[in-house]
Design a protein around this ligand. Sequence first.
Ligand code: HEC
Length: 403
Amino acid sequence: MKRFALCLSLCLALVGYRSALAQNDPSNEALPALVQVLGQSDDPQFQLDILKGMSDGLKGRRGVKMPAGWEEAATKLAKSSNPQIRELTQSLSLTFGSASALASLRQTLVDPKALFPARTNALDALLQSRDPALAAPLRELLGDAKLRGTSLRALAAYDDPKTPGAILNVYSSLSPVEKKDALTTLVSRQVFARNLLGAIAEKKVPAKDLSADLVRQLRNLKDNDINQQVGKVWGVSRDTEADKLKEIAAFKNLVQTKGYGDPRSGRGVFSRTCQQCHTLFDTGGKVGPDITGSNRADLDYILQNVIDPNAIIPNDYRTSTLETKDDRVITGIVTRQDDNAVTIVIPNDTLVIARPDIKSLTQGEISMMPEGLLQALSQNEVRDLLSYLKSPQQVPMPPEAAK
Ligand code: HEC
């Protein structure tokens, strides 16, 4: 009977909460009502349902007024034996601007003895609440093999001039995937990009590490100096239709005269050039379509799509450029947007950016798939890649990349 009454009040509270969210009015009575139900329940499953509902509804929001009764409910829930309940409670405390929750999360984040999932959850929560004191602990984590990738990605959110130097210092010791994370962050802001281009000019970072999608992101920063330097290291490539037809014919001729290359080396090329966006044989990113089932053994199909990706672009894959108020420029695919936040998928991350932080958001007419991908490769690398792409099944990693 007690349980029934509780369920009933939960339903009413949830309905109120949903409509309050729809009207963009979280200060309404619905949230305190949910918190009250939460405080009364001792059923972990039930607590979890409410916490999940609250947290889904508030995703991407900050500075939501702390509902009456939250501190008491949170103190009780923090002692729960269910780790998911403890984590959701903590992250909601952050959404409600609790300073003690921030401090305790930062402690968990840099504590090498804390459990790994607890540390990554702490990081997610700190990022979402835009903890202004986070850049320094993130730089500290560049020395932590387990959290290095995450911190490389997260550092992009902070307009901190110490960041590019710290990343470039560790760059040469990073794994290929971490290098991609490092570069993606370094091309996300004008100040970072200048440092990166300096390091490329001094040959501390090889120019060939700058793949076509990163070059495009650099151009999106719309800075004349940066464009000039990019032109110097990368050449300006604005291909016309005729150029593309010629390029397709040339690669076709290459395969017909010299044959396909080695699929294993091709897998290495794929992992550097395509895998951040495409899944093939269950491995890879989700920015572009999974190409396992595509027509990939057909040379014309592959060359056409890789050399001229803008010929046909399904609407779901149009590139958007989002600029934040603190000057981060993000190039990606918008998968969700509402009055509170925009979700944008980039090759190495999925970002939820709160509306108040957005300066501009424009949808472009071009594909997220960059042009000029093959121009950065040698002829042998292209033959290897094409050989891997037509392989009916997965092949082992090439020895040099399999570390
Ligand atoms: C930055 C992300 C990105 C990278 C890097 C990238 N692609 Fe794509 N690719 C996409 C997107 C997005 C689409 C879908 C839109 C379109 O067709 O233009 C796509 C489409 C394709 C298609 C057509 C798929 C279909 O459903 O018909 C093929 C084939 C393809 N890519 C191959 C490649 C290969 C090979 C590479 C590496 C040489 C590569 N891509 C690198 C994002 C990427």
